[in-house]
Each structure stands twice: as C-alpha cells, then as structure tokens.
Design a protein around this ligand. Sequence first.
Ligand SMILES: [Zn+2]
Length: 201
Amino acid sequence: MKHEYPEGFQNLINLLKTLPGVGRRTAERMAFSMLKWPPEKLAEFGTAICELRRSTTSCPECGNLSSSGSLCSICASSSRDKTMICAVEESVQIYNIEQSGLFKGVYHVIGGKLSPLEGKGIGDLNIKALLKRIEIQNVKEVIIAFSSDVEGQATSIYIAEELKKKNVHVTRLAQGLPAGSDISYADSATIAAALHGRRPL
Ligand SMILES: [Zn+2]
C-alpha cells in the first residue's frame, strides 16, 4: 500500500505546489523544512500570508505595489521625473528595471498583455488610467517595456497607437542580444532584432 502523508501535511504540500516554479519534490522539501520551524516563525509566516491583501495594495497612481493604499515609493518621490513614464506588464518588472538604477522616471503597470486565448482583452488592462495620466501630468515620453513575445508585441503596438493620439513621444526598449551572450548561439530572430536596434559605436 502506498504510504501517505498526514492530511494536514499533505494539504500544505498541495498548497505550496500551486506556487509558480514549485513542483512536488520542492513542495515536500519546503513542508519538511517548515516542520522544523519554531511556532513563532510559523505564526509569522501565516500572518504575513493572511495580511497580504491588506498590507500590500496597488499604488492608486501607477498600479505598482504599495503599502495599505498609499502611493508607492516611486510615485511619492520628488526626485523622479514625472514627465517620463515606463509602461510595464506587471509590478515585478519595475523591480528589475530599478535594479539597473538608470531610469529616473515613473512607471505604469498595465497588468498583463492582450491574450485572446486566455480571454484577456483591452478592457482587462489598465490602459485608460495611463491615457488619463498623459492628459493631466504633462507627460512627454512613454517607454513601453513589454516582453518580445507575440502577445507582448501586440499589446505594445496597441498601447503605442492609443498614446500617439495623445501626441506623446512613444519609445520601446531595444531588443536583441542579452548582455554577456555569445552571438554564436543566438537565434535568427534575436540577431534580426539586434541588427534593427543597432547603435553607433
Ligand atoms: Zn506608484
């Protein structure tokens, strides 16, 4: 007969498995690791999850993560250039771009990309709020930083068309070879994008 975990333990594994990138083996390792935690740490973990919806909200301005309904730290900062908006698919990308330390403007989270297969249309994306910001904030440039897959490209084009009606300068991130990559292994689409986006040396 197959040996089974106690019900509560199995339940925890099943829940962990629903997280992205976590398979059965990893979920089991996590659950066994948690068994060794002191009760206080388990309680802290549980509370962080229970309170997540209340503690972490969307910035009313840009849709980035913020604390309990307030502006995010980027929108609240007086040193950011509000005339330049970088439109991203999800908040997580803001954290990646911020790591570069090069962008001094503000952001706008679109909340996904157009995906007919998943039933995600224009109405499901946070585009209207972006157009409103363009009108009231004297925005000069919008940088569209979407993935280079088909859906990302389609969404970029749609947003760009809408923005151009507002007379705002629209750019997108250059695409091509990842930093440190070997050109011998790049696929032809990547090389084509890199050639297209070439710059003077
Ligand atoms: Zn914000």
